[in-house]
Design a protein around this ligand. Structure first.
Ligand code: ATP
Ligand code: MG
Length: 463
């Protein structure tokens, strides 16, 4: 399970970032966002202030603290200009439980689908897993000691009491030898047999289809907890065993009630819910069709945004101090088409700008995960050095802007299709060009993209 390992490491890193993030000033938050998102200063500023306000509120006298409601934010801007990207980056850098949802995925209570309250339950789940990760990191060193002993037991079972009565010395010296090898990492791929917890079977099949996705999942979880834990003997490598045993030992050292208390507190006071695609729940005024329940979703959303109590598996959560950030392109509808009450719950409006050629050139090169850097790294795995000349970057940006003007404006997303087209041959041939350096210059870009840009039909389909 190498994939899972990476995820866990990221979470651990997340925890480290998180501890520092709570102290970040608005200017520092914007500087962090600048590493990934080009421009959109107004939006960055607004979210940075909102985040800092949580920190400020925590420092108030309790009486006043309850009075300070978060100022929810509405981000308005065309597609592909960084709304979701800002939210995503904010999530990774903020210490707060953060949930991103799509408004269009919810349905009015009573209709088939997810009800709006489930976003609060999901936020709590995020908070629980954050608290758990934090707690696990804290006890990791201590748990690791116990893990070592248990791994040694598995590698070299202790002699039974009656044999030990004779002489324990050979055993303990063998154990010491193994311990040294274990610490040197020599036994990682060595296989051992151990009891592994297995998911009770059959529950998913029996109940999975009852009441749709939501109920099915909750039900499965609940039943899963009721069923006795089953284990199975399996051969695993020492590395795998360590991971499983570590989780068990960590959980033994963690006070689960404290985790729940911490998580509920964090969700209520620091939680951020990012509601994307809010414009998709504007009702078009028609009485039938797929949007009859849209206004219902807005109405269901009102109390949650204003402050209500939602019961979750872990306890009741008050939503009064959760920060809501809504975002939408508002192509067909305006924010004023939302229910008036809902508009009022998002007092801070920030507009994100259309991106121009200049922005595209920076997006291509500046962010830590900039597209050109991604392609250079990908091609490098083939032993080929890829370089982008500055004039080539400009030419790519120009082509993307032109394509956006001529067909639909899809913002920075255009860069993905343009780059993919531009580099398709390089990508295809790379394995045969090991050791070469390929320089992408303006001439290369023009040669590849010009024919597409000249032919409107081609452009619509390909770029
Ligand atoms: N200002 C920006 N700086 C850097 N990258 C950007 C910027 N704007 C958009 N991108 C990139 O373009 C892609 C789409 O951006 P994003 O998902 O933020 O769009 P959006 O504004 O949420 O659009 P939509 O309204 O369609 O959801 C992402 O890959 C993102 O990295
Ligand atoms: Mg988006």
């Amino acid at each position: 399970m190498p994939g899972k390992d990476v995820g866990e490491q990221e979470e651990y890193r997340g925890v480290l970032v998180r501890k520092r993030a709570e102290e970040l000033t608005p200017r520092e938050i914007v500087a962090e966002l600048d590493k990934h998102v080009v421009g959109q200063d107004a939006a960055k500023k607004a979210v940075a202030i909102a985040l800092r306000n949580r920190w400020r509120r925590r420092r108030l006298d309790p009486l006043l603290r309850d009075e300070v409601a978060p100022k929810n934010i509405m981000m308005i801007g065309p597609t592909g200009v960084g709304k979701t990207e800002i939210a995503r980056r904010l999530a990774t850098l903020s210490g707060a439980p953060f949930l991103k949802v799509e408004a269009s995925r919810y349905t009015e209570v009573g209709y088939h689908g997810r009800d709006v309250e489930s976003m609060v339950r999901d936020l709590v789940k995020v908070a629980i897993s954050q608290a758990q990760t934090r707690a696990r990191a804290e006890v990791e060193a201590k748990a690791s000691e116990a893990v070592e002993e248990r791994l040694l037991d598995l590698l070299l079972p202790r002699p039974s009491a009656f044999k030990e009565a004779g002489d324990g010395a050979p055993h303990s010296s063998a154990r010491d030898k193994l311990r040294r090898r274990l610490r040197r990492g020599e036994l990682e791929s060595h296989e051992i047999e151990m009891e592994v917890a297995v998911q009770p079977e059959g529950i998913a099949g029996l109940f999975g289809s009852v009441g749709g996705e939501e109920l099915g999942l909750e039900m499965q979880e609940a039943l899963g907890r009721m069923m006795p834990k089953r284990t199975k003997r399996r051969r695993v490598t020492v590395a795998e065993a360590r991971r499983m045993v570590l989780a068990e030992e960590q959980d033994k050292l963690i006070d689960q009630d404290a985790i729940v208390r911490e998580a509920l507190d964090a969700a209520q006071n620091l939680g951020i819910i990012f509601i994307d695609e809010i414009d998709k729940i504007v009702s078009s005024g028609r009485e039938h069709g797929p949007d009859v329940s849209r206004e219902g979703v807005q109405r269901d959303m009102l109390p949650i945004v204003e402050g209500t109590s939602v019961s979750t598996r872990y306890g009741v959560v008050k939503t009064d101090h959760i920060l809501f950030v809504a975002a939408g392109a508002f192509h067909q509808h305006k924010p004023s088409d939302l229910l008036p009450e809902l508009q009022g719950r998002f007092p801070i409006r920030v507009e994100l700008n259309d991106l121009n050629e200049e922005d595209f050139a920076r997006i291509l090169t500046v962010p830590q995960n900039a597209l050109t850097k991604q392609y250079v790294a990908l091609i490098e795995t083939e032993g080929v050095k890829l370089e982008f000349a500055p004039d080539a970057v400009r030419a790519i940006a120009r082509a993307a802007a032109r394509a956006n003007r001529a067909s639909q404006n899809i913002g920075a997303r255009r860069l993905h299709t343009v780059m993919e087209k531009l580099l398709e041959d390089v990508s295809f041939d790379a394995p045969e060009r090991k050791g070469e350096t390929i320089v992408i210059d303006e001439a290369f870009v023009n040669k590849k993209l010009e024919p597409l840009l000249r032919d409107e039909d081609l452009m619509r389909y390909i770029l």
